[in-house]
Design a protein around this ligand. Structure first.
Ligand code: NI
Length: 170
């Protein structure tokens, strides 16, 4: 297994739209293992392949308190969602140290292939529902800051650009 570099907002590669995974083969299994390791190391609850510059429809998640319940979603499709929505604070491994309120569907049902390539359907609410919607957005090139006001978004953008300049300077 290997840690993968995570793209940082506003890297334009985060805007790419992912294509479906064609076959759940050894290459995908390796990618899943590396993404899970990367997510756990970064203490995140979800990671989309887009964030590690692989533009295929694959998400890994773990919203459990014990960090022992990895969930893999390959080619996820939203099949149902609640009418009601909730605001909740979100962060993103591609936008470290930035947190803000985003409105999401309270409940979603998603259909996806699991690690073995078997189809499954998952009904989610709470943090899991938010996380699924957040990660699925990554697969269509959307980072959560796109939901913020232009003013806030520009502030985040400047902060991130300044941070990478500072880091480059060392
Ligand atoms: Ni994210």
């Amino acid at each position: 297994m290997a840690l993968l570099p995570i793209l940082r907002y506003p890297d334009p590669r985060l805007l790419k739209v992912a294509r479906p995974v064609a076959t759940v083969d050894d290459r995908i299994h390796r990618l899943i293992d590396d993404m899970l390791e990367t997510m756990y190391e970064a203490q995140g609850i979800g990671l989309a392949a887009t964030q590690v510059d692989v533009h295929e429809r694959l998400i890994v998640m773990d919203v459990s308190a014990q960090r022992d319940a990895p969930l893999v979603l390959i080619n996820p499709e939203l099949v149902a969602r609640s009418e009601d929505m909730d605001f909740g604070e979100e962060g993103c491994l591609s936008v470290p140290q930035i947190y803000d309120e985003v409105q999401r569907y309270t409940r979603v049902t998603v259909r996806a292939l699991d690690r073995l390539g078997q189809p499954r359907e998952i009904a989610a609410e709470g943090v899991m529902s938010v996380c699924i919607q957040h990660e699925m957005d990554h697969l269509i090139g959307k980072v959560f800051v796109e939901y913020l006001s232009p003013l806030k978004r520009n502030r985040v953008r400047s902060k991130m650009l300044k941070r990478s300049r500072d880091e480059a300077r060392g």
